[in-house]
Design a protein around this ligand. Sequence first.
Ligand code: ADP
Ligand code: MG
Length: 298
Amino acid sequence: MGANFVRAMHEQISKSQRRGLRRRAEDVDDSGREAVPESAAPAPRMPASKPVVEFRGVHMSYPGGTTALDGATFAVERGEFVFLVGQTGSGKSTIMRLLTKEIDATSGTVRVAGRDLAGIDRKKVPYYRRNVGVVFQDFKLLPNRTVYDNVAYALLVTGHSRKEIRRRVPDILRLTGLATKLHSYPDQLSGGEQQRVSIARAFVNHPPLLLADEPTGNLDPETSIGIMQLLYRINRTGSTVLVATHDHAMVDRMRRRVIELESGRIVRDEATGLYTRDENTREFAARMRGDFPAGPEL
Ligand code: ADP
Ligand code: MG
């Protein structure tokens, strides 16, 4: 894969944003909790460029014949925060797996930063994946490694020096509210703390794209709020964030873009949506005719 592609991805987080990130790391307390800023300015818009994620007519059939995606078309622009919602089996994780190139689309095109993933050689996939941070429902931490080492590992495999690792790991652990847990092992942490470690690990390389598949699926509502705020903070540093979730309360609270899947098809895509569509068909028709102002009043 071209070095240009990797460079283009990395340029999406400018040096100044990285500095901003380090500064912001200092204003989170140890629990990492802070109020979601209701009226925060949108993420900085960069000069017009290719969408970070682009699905065009994507079909995905698993061996055995299950159709997981049935003509999915959508694009996510740089800096967006997007929720993927829909019932179990609707195709959310399939979208995530296509984006990490764990699987390949049966037909249609999946592009990341303009690059058609079908054109990436299997051998080059590990390099491609450096641009995509992934957070899972079950954390997937290394059980026999400390918090520090779990995060350091992500830097080690991407070829960073010991010195760089010693500088970066404490920074990211502060940002994620884990400054006092450096030497703990995963089984000594709460679920929320473990998810913070996994987010730190996913973000320590500053990937332009961060995917989170049901990141709050194993957490209680209070803890979930802290996790979602952390993902939102990461988004504010310039990373594009895609979150698959069943968490109605969270989606309704955050009021970000919502893409809804039903049996592998996109049935809704709203700029600031609720988990469930919040207007009936008559209201929708009226809005389309111009009887109501568009969108929620902020
Ligand atoms: P979601 O994440 O929304 O629950 P998935 O993308 O995991 O949905 O699954 C979409 C559909 O594809 C489901 O019908 C599921 O059973 C099927 N599926 C998912 N993974 C596989 C697989 N590895 N092999 C066969 N079918 C699969
Ligand atoms: Mg899933």
